[in-house]
Design a protein around this ligand. Structure first.
Ligand SMILES: *Cc1c(COP(=O)(O)O)cnc(C)c1O
Length: 432
C-alpha cells in the first residue's frame, strides 16, 4: 500500500486547532469550507450551503464580491500597509470622509481599530479618559441586560450574557444594568436609570441600538432608547452606540441610530464595514469628545493603538463596500428582503411552535415556544437540521433567525424560509 487518501480538513483540524465558542470534548468536528461565492458556501465534500446569516452579518454584498476584491487587490499593489502613527494615507482619509457623511451628523472624528471588541474597548477608554481629562473620576458603565459587545475585558464587562462571562466576573469593570425599554416597562426603566446615575459616577452608557444581536435578535423601542439617551446626556454620561451588528443597512436605515432623535456621542462599527473581507473597525466620536483630548500636555491625548489600525487594504474593502451599500441594486435587494420577511412573518404566528416572530429591515427572528439552554442539545439539533438541508442558520437558544446577504437570490431566500418552516413543524414532533 502506498500513500492513503489525503486526510480531510475536518480530520486535520482535530489535531491542532482550538475553535472559538467551542467545547471540544463534545462538539462535532467543524465543516471544511473550501470556497464561497455570493450567498453560497461550498464544503470539501462538494456540498453547498446558503449562508443565511452572512457569516455573522459580515458578507452582506456576497462572498468573493468582484468589486470589493478588485479594490483590495489594487490597494495591495499600491500601498500594502504602513503604520498609522506618524503616517496617513488616502484610503483611511476617504473612508473617514465617507463614513462621516453617513453617520449621525454630530460625529466628527474616526478612530481606527481592528475588530469589533477593540472598537468598543477604545470607546470605553475614550469615555473614561474624557471624564478624567476634565478632572472627574467616573468609574461606572451603564449597559443593557443581555447585551453583547465583544470578548476583550472592557467589552466583556459591558456584555450581559453571563454564559460568556462567568469565570471573569471578579475582574470586570464596574457596570450597572438596565432592562431594554419596551412599550410596557418604560417608566420603570427610566427610573432605574435615574437611580443608577444618582448613586454612581457613571462614565458611559453602552448599548446596541434597537436590536440586541447575540441576545437573540431582541428588539426594543426607539422611543424608549431616545428617552434613556436624553437622561444620560443631561447627566454628562456619554452614549456609545454599538452598531457593529446593526450598521450598514440591516435595520432598514443605514444605521440603527438613524431611527433615533437623540444622537450618540460615539459609534462603533465593524463586521459589515469590510463586507467580511478584512478585520477592521472604527470608533467615531463627536467634536465634544475629541476636544476633551486636546491639550498642551501630551498625556491628555488618547494613547491607544493597534499595529494594524487603519490597514489600507481593509479601508479599500470598506470603501468598495460603501459603493455597493449606496447603489440602486443593493437598495432594491434590501427592500425586497424586508418585504419578503414581512410576508413570512404574517404567515407563521398561528403556528403552535411559535412564541414570537419579528422583523426589522433584513433581520428576521422567530422565538420557539420551548425552554432551552443557549448552547443545549435542542439548539444543536436545530443547527444540524438546517445544515442537513443546505442552509447555514445558527439558532441562538430558542431563537431562529436569518440575516441574509443582500445579494441572496429570491429562490435562495425562499429556501431559507422553507427550512425555517420545516423546522417549526419538526420541533413539534421532537418535543412529544
Ligand atoms: C460581533 C459583535 C461585537 C464584537 O465584535 P468582534 O469583531 O467579534 O470582536 C461587538 N458588538 C456587537 C453588537 C457584535 O455583534
Amino acid at each position: 500500500m502506498r500513500e492513503t487518501q489525503p486526510k480531510s480538513l475536518t480530520a486535520r483540524d482535530q489535531n491542532y486547532l482550538w475553535h472559538p465558542l467551542t467545547q471540544h470534548k463534545t462538539a462535532p468536528p467543524p465543516l471544511g469550507i473550501v470556497r464561497a461565492e455570493g450567498a453560497l458556501l461550498f464544503d470539501e465534500k462538494g456540498n453547498t450551503y446558503i449562508d443565511g446569516i452572512a457569516s455573522w452579518y459580515t458578507a452582506m454584498y456576497g462572498h468573493a464580491n468582484r468589486h470589493i476584491v478588485d479594490a483590495m487587490t489594487r490597494q495591495m499593489q499600491q500601498l500594502d500597509f504602513v503604520m498609522f502613527s506618524g503616517f496617513t494615507h488616502k484610503p483611511a482619509i476617504e473612508l473617514a470622509e465617507r463614513l462621516l457623511a453617513l453617520l449621525p451628523s454630530n460625529q466628527r472624528r474616526i478612530f481606527f481599530n481592528d475588530n469589533g471588541s477593540t472598537a468598543i474597548e477604545a470607546g470605553i477608554k475614550m469615555a473614561l479618559q474624557y471624564h478624567h481629562n476634565q478632572g472627574e473620576k467616573r468609574d461606572t458603565l451603564i449597559a443593557f441586560e443581555d447585551g453583547f459587545h465583544g470578548d476583550t475585558f472592557g467589552a466583556m464587562s459591558a456584555s450581559g450574557l453571563s454564559v460568556y462571562n462567568g469565570p471573569f466576573e471578579d475582574f470586570l469593570l464596574k457596570v450597572k444594568r438596565i432592562p431594554v425599554p419596551q412599550e410596557d416597562n418604560l417608566a420603570d426603566v427610566l427610573s432605574q436609570l435615574k437611580a443608577i446615575i444618582d448613586e454612581n459616577a457613571c462614565a458611559a452608557f453602552v448599548f446596541e441600538p434597537l436590536v440586541q444581536g447575540a441576545a437573540g435578535m431582541k428588539f426594543h423601542t426607539a422611543k424608549g432608547l431616545d428617552a434613556l439617551m436624553a437622561i444620560c446626556q443631561k447627566a454628562g454620561v456619554l452614549c456609545i452606540a454599538d452598531e457593529i451588528m446593526t450598521g450598514f443597512g440591516k435595520t432598514g436605515k443605514i444605521f440603527a441610530s438613524d431611527h433615533l432623535e437623540q444622537q450618540p456621542d460615539m459609534v462603533c462599527l465593524s463586521k459589515a464595514l469590510t463586507a467580511g473581507m478584512f478585520p477592521l473597525s472604527i470608533t467615531s466620536a463627536s467634536e465634544q469628545v475629541f476636544n476633551a483630548f486636546l491639550s498642551d500636555e501630551v498625556h491628555r491625548g488618547f494613547f491607544h493603538a493597534h499595529t494594524y489600525s487603519a490597514h489600507p487594504v481593509g479601508c479599500a474593502a470598506a470603501l468598495a463596500g460603501l459603493d455597493l451599500l449606496t447603489s440602486e441594486q443593493i437598495a432594491e435587494r434590501r427592500s425586497y428582503i424586508a418585504k419578503a420577511h414581512e410576508k413570512f412573518i404574517d404567515k407563521i404566528p398561528g403556528h403552535p411552535a411559535v412564541e414570537n416572530a419579528r422583523t426589522m429591515g433584513v433581520i428576521l427572528a422567530v422565538d420557539l415556544a420551548v425552554e432551552t439552554d443557549r448552547y443545549g442539545n435542542f439548539r444543536d439539533k436545530l443547527y444540524t437540521f438546517f445544515m442537513d438541508r443546505g442552509v447555514n442558520l445558527r439558532p441562538l437558544g430558542n431563537t431562529l433567525y436569518t440575516l441574509p446577504p443582500y445579494v441572496i437570490t429570491n429562490e435562495q431566500l425562499q429556501q431559507v424560509y422553507d427550512v425555517m418552516e420545516a423546522a417549526l413543524d419538526a420541533v413539534e414532533t421532537w418535543q412529544s
